[in-house]
Write a protein of this length. Structure first.
Length: 438
């Protein structure tokens, strides 16, 4: 029996790519096992957004170097595969398959070559118009379905590897996206999350008039769909129309993840983010002026080359102006092929750590205050499961907040159902409450 094991590192795009890779393998008669030891084919779907992430896969591969030539096949997929290419064979000679995400449409062919005895095969072309769509996708989450609408990125932010690891932007047709949304609803999904490195620059390749806001409006009208989310946006392509679409239809979740990265114009320029602090704040104003209470989250990088104390202070003052619901914050990590590598004046590691701590403490204080304002309010949640440890149910609001709640045993909710919860307590990263209705 052909067995495989797959481990995924990194972002939601990678997680969903793995769901489609699993679908491709199952379609070829493979069955998935839970440990690399039990598998004939061992795959790592990798991330190279930061050096630490990249090193993880080589650490994994190192553990199996004695397996070379014993029939077990190793494959490296995703961003490190694309970034390192055939060099992976030198670092890990027991690897047979190296395939970047832009070549997943050829995965079946590559597997056939491996099955036919080829010692080493690669899929490393970035020259593609194609998007990775599979007849079978083995989704991990039974309630929220990821759906990639656009792959790759045409921007060139100075710190980012994505354009080099995922290739140019290519959008799926609206028809294929809407057909998949309908199919997911028929399968029992009520929540769909659109994915893309930059979903806002979505354009239907066959009907250019259908941009991201139009696609959201169309998808939001699919009968049976309760929630539609999307990530990740780019401020340069984020338009008022997107806020209007969210305002018009409660199926579109009132949450926008809008990575700012820095609050300083000079840093944004060195990062090649293509917007200024004022242009970014204008988009925040659009969101804050909306009829619905839209939650805003973001990404911030500290310690970008040359970042001065006053540039850093600009990031802190922007945080005070926006008051994000939550954020992902990182220290700048030099990455291969990126233009930031040519920049001088690197910020010392301990200074990066000091700045990251300040950002995270400030954000924690903002979240404590913002979450405390939710106490007493009633929120509709989608039930995601039960936490045996705390004895609480796990709920997620439309704003993408975690709301853990209690429910009388005799009225235990079903995972995937929707119900109202009154918020009774708050903490920095989540809310707690009691179930109101079933
Ligand atoms: S928009 Fe910038 S940060 Fe985002 S994926 Fe593209 S290059 Fe990377």
């Amino acid at each position: 029996m052909k067995t495989f094991y797959i481990e995924t590192f990194g972002c939601q795009m990678n997680a969903h790519d793995s769901e489609k890779v699993v679908g491709t393998l199952v379609g070829r008669g493979y069955s998935q096992v839970q440990t690399p030891d039990a598998a004939g084919l061992v795959l790592y779907n990798t991330c190279s957004i930061r050096d630490k992430a990249e090193q993880k896969v080589f650490h994994r591969l190192q553990q199996f170097k004695r397996e070379a030539g014993k029939g077990k096949v190793f494959g490296v997929l995703g961003c490190v595969a694309q970034q390192e290419g055939e060099k992976i064979f030198e670092r890990a000679p027991h690897v047979s398959l190296v395939c970047g995400s832009a070549s997943y449409t050829k995965l079946s062919e590559l597997l056939f070559q491996i099955e036919s005895g080829e010692r080493r095969v690669t899929g490393l072309s970035l020259d593609t118009e194609e998007t990775f769509e599979t007849p079978l996708t083995r989704r991990d989450n039974p309630h929220r379905a990821y759906l990639t609408i656009i792959e790759g990125c045409d921007k060139s932010c100075a710190y980012c590897v994505v354009p080099f690891t995922r290739g140019p932007e290519r959008s799926r047709t609206a028809e294929s996206v809407l057909a998949e949304v309908r199919q997911l609803v028929d399968m029992g999904y009520t929540e769909v999350q659109f994915l893309g490195q930059n979903v806002n620059s979505y354009r239907d390749p066959t009907r250019p008039g259908i941009d991201f806001a139009a696609l959201m409006r169309l998808a939001g009208q699919v009968p049976g769909l309760r929630r539609l989310r999307f990530t990740t946006s780019h401020p340069r392509d984020f338009v008022q129309e997107i806020v209007d679409a969210i305002d018009e239809n409660p199926v579109l979740c009132n949450h926008v993840h809008l990575p700012v990265q820095s609050g300083s114009d000079s840093v944004l320029a060195r990062m090649r983010r293509l917007y200024t602090r004022d242009e970014y704040m204008r988009r925040i104003e659009w969101i804050k002026r909306s009829h619905r209470d839209i939650a805003i989250t973001t990404d911030i990088i500290v310690g970008f080359p040359g970042e001065t104390e006053s540039e850093f202070q600009s990031t802190l003052s922007l945080m005070d102006m926006v008051e994000y619901e939550s954020m992902f914050s990182f220290k700048y990590s030099p990455r291969p092929n990126t233009s930031a590598l040519t920049l001088d004046d690197h910020v010392p590691e301990e200074e990066k750590t000091r700045r990251l701590t300040i950002v995270q403490e400030k954000q924690r204080a903002i979240q404590i205050r913002r979450n405390s304002e939710m106490v007493g309010r009633v929120q509709e949640v989608m039930v995601e499961g039960f936490n045996q440890g705390t004895g609480q149910w796990i709920g997620r609001t439309s704003q993408h907040r975690t709301l853990n709640f209690t429910a009388p045993v005799e009225r235990s909710p079903l995972a995937g159902s929707y119900l109202d919860v009154r918020v009774t307590r708050s903490s920095p990263n989540s809310l707690a409450g009691e179930m109101l209705t079933l």
